[in-house]
Each structure stands twice: as C-alpha cells, then as structure tokens.
Design a protein around this ligand. Structure first.
Ligand SMILES: Nc1nc2c(ncn2[C@@H]2O[C@H](COP(=O)(O)OP(=O)(O)OP(=O)(O)O)[C@@H](O)[C@H]2O)c(=O)[nH]1
Length: 337
C-alpha cells in the first residue's frame, strides 16, 4: 500500500511506495541542479539535458535536445565541441575544458531569459558508461565560471602592469621577449628591443620633487604608447628606464622608430601640476635579435651596452648593437662596439 508523499517539491501529494520515494528524491535533486548537464553523442547530437535551472547564470537549453551541434552553433564552435567529445571518448577519462559562449551564439535559445554577453564555462566531460541511441556519448557538465574568469583576467592584467605609468611591467616584458625569441628561433622573423632611458632624470626629481618626476614618467609613457600604437609593445623596466619591443622589425626600422621617439620627446613640453613646463631628452640603446641569441638576457645585454654607449656619447642619442650592416642615425648616434 502506498503513502502520500508529503515533500514540498513537484511530486507533493503523489501516492508512492518507499522504493519510489528514493527515486522521486533523486528526480527532484536532478530537477533542482543549478548547472546544466548535457548528454552529447559522438556524432554531435544533444541527446538529453538535465538541470540548468538557475536562470541568473544559465539560459534554458531544453530546446537543444535532439538537435545537432551544427544545427545550433556557428561552425567553428561546433567543430570545437565535437573535437572535445571525440578526444574524451578516445582518452576514456574525465577532461576539463574552458570555453566562451553567448546566448546569441546558440540558435533557438531565448537570449533575453538569462545572463547577457559572453559567458565563460568550465566543461567537465566524462564518457558515458553505455551507448545512447546506439552511439557512444559523453556527459558534459557546464559550469558558468564567468566571475572567476573576470577576476583571473583582472589579476593577470594587474600582475603585468606597471602601477605608476599603466604600461606593461618588467614581468610582462620578459615573457614577451621569451615569446619573440622563440618565434625568431623557429621562424625567420627578426625583432628589436629598444631600451629608452630619460637623461639626467635625477635632476628632475631634485629640482621639482619626486611627485613631479612621477608625473613626467606617466606623460612620457603615454607619449611613447601613443607614438607606437599597435606597432610596438612598451614596458617600464624600472626607474626612468623603458623597453620597447618591435616585431617584426629590421635594424633600419628600429633606428627609424628610435629616432621618432628621441625627436618627439626632445620637442615635447611636459606639464607639471604646478604649471611649469619642462623639457627632457632620452638616450636609446637598440638590439636586434641575432642567430646565436639563446636567452632573453642576450637581447637585454645588447640593448644595455648600446644604451651605455649612447649615454657616453653625450645623451639625447641612439646607438645600436652590431649587426655590422646597421647604420646609426640621429643627432649624436653611432655604432656601439
Ligand atoms: N619620480 C620618480 N623617480 C624615480 C622613480 N624610480 C627611480 N627614480 C629616480 O630616477 C633617478 C635616476 O637617476 P640616475 O640613475 O642617476 O640617472 P639619471 O639622473 O637619469 O642620469 P642618466 O641616466 O645617467 O642620464 C633617481 O633619482 C631615482 O630616484 C620613480 O618611480 N619615480
């Protein structure tokens, strides 16, 4: 003889046996799952969906069931999902993947009923123990990790940004040089490192104070960033020393860019908070990647040596480390030995 189920859920008031009770509890748990869980087959068909009830984090994906990935997603995204399904089935183990999707990417989903914009998901993808409608399949648990992703991106940006000037910091510079050096060694692309150092900066601090010095550093960084635009990467190495990476870049192009910066800085008036306008000059050392360079330090050492020569030559100057064919340019420039 059954009893009346007194629970508060969707089966309240139903007559059930004890065995049914456990089953119903499990069904209620499934119905209450906040994250959506898909069954996706090897051919890319949405075979089933449970959960995904939380409308603040997910859209209703129930309309996808029985459709193919290729019916509802842009082709490149559908290809990606299908690859992941097949890799998981081949490796026969749980895999964790991360991807971005917006409701607008998914045909049939009501974009207005759920969160806006690009959403980052963590997918936990697990092979199903048995076939589904004759096909191998995976269980795909999708968790919306957009908040965590935004936080990670913000932390990453912070860890790679110079606090005073807002340009990249030394950590990001080293990573960028490592990447460029790797590209140069595996391809044919040449690149240049310019170390740009403000001349007699101590005098600015001593005369106008440290805060005025900070103000000049900020304006200087902005000036370089504006001049370079998409062409170059700029980082503050420390103090009044900045690095610029140009890629791809020949020696002649590096000299031309350095000359543009040297010239523009010399003619610029830097405005202090007290109303004073002051002028500064810079010295620039350039290194061009060489076939025997194995490490980022080789690149930095080359530009440093060239910078030292530029300072020695009277400042407001540019020097380039060998290659021998490179010509120096600018008012006081020459070849660093
Ligand atoms: N305002 C300010 N000054 C800094 C900062 N970091 C380093 N400095 C100053 O930068 C100055 C660098 O001085 P030096 O290394 O002697 O070089 P310089 O006076 O520019 O002379 P040369 O490089 O030889 O032309 C020092 O006075 C440092 O205190 C900073 O974040 N803000």
């Amino acid at each position: 003889m059954g009893e009346i189920y007194p629970g508060g859920g969707i089966f309240q008031g139903t007559s059930i046996t004890v065995l049914d009770k456990n089953l119903l509890l499990q069904l209620e748990m499934i119905a209450a799952l906040p994250d959506p869980v898909f069954v996706l087959t090897e051919s890319g068909r949405y075979a089933a969906l449970i959960g995904g009830r939380d409308r603040s984090t997910y859209h209703d994906g129930s309309c996808l069931v029985d459709f193919s990935l290729y019916d509802v997603l842009p082709r490149a995204k559908a290809d990606w999902f299908l690859d992941e399904i097949r890799i998981t089935l081949r490796e026969d183990c749980l895999r964790i993947v991360e991807y971005v999707l917006s409701a607008d990417d998914v045909e049939g989903v009501d974009a207005s009923d759920g969160p806006d914009g690009d959403l980052w998901f963590e997918g936990r993808v697990q092979p199903m123990p048995s076939r589904v409608d004759g096909e191998r399949a995976v269980l795909w648990v999708a968790s919306n990790v957009s908040r965590r992703h935004a936080l990670e991106s913000a932390l990453q940006r912070l860890s790679e940004t110079d606090e005073l000037t807002g340009v990249h910091n030394r950590r990001k510079l080293i990573k960028t040089l490592d990447d460029r050096l790797h590209d140069a060694r595996t391809g044919t692309e040449t690149f240049a490192l310019l170390i740009v150092d403000i001349d007699h900066f101590k005098k600015v601090n001593d005369t106008w104070g440290h805060l005025a010095g900070d103000c000049v550093l900020r304006q200087f960084a902005q000036l370089c960033a504006d001049l370079l635009g998409e062409r170059g990467f700029i980082a503050r190495m420390g103090g009044e020393e900045f690095a610029i990476v140009l890629a791809p870049c020949s020696a002649a192009q590096a000299m031309a860019a350095a000359e543009q910066i040297r010239d523009r800085v010399a003619s610029q008036h830097f405005q202090l908070d007290c109303g004073t306008r002051l002028s500064i000059t810079v010295s620039i050392g350039i290194s061009i990647v060489q076939p025997d360079y194995r490490h980022t330090d080789d690149m930095i050492r080359g530009a440093d040596d060239a910078l030292y020569a530029a300072k020695k030559n009277g400042r407001n100057a540019i020097e380039i480390q060998s290659p021998p064919q490179a010509q120096s340019a600018g008012q006081h420039s020459g070849i660093a030995g």
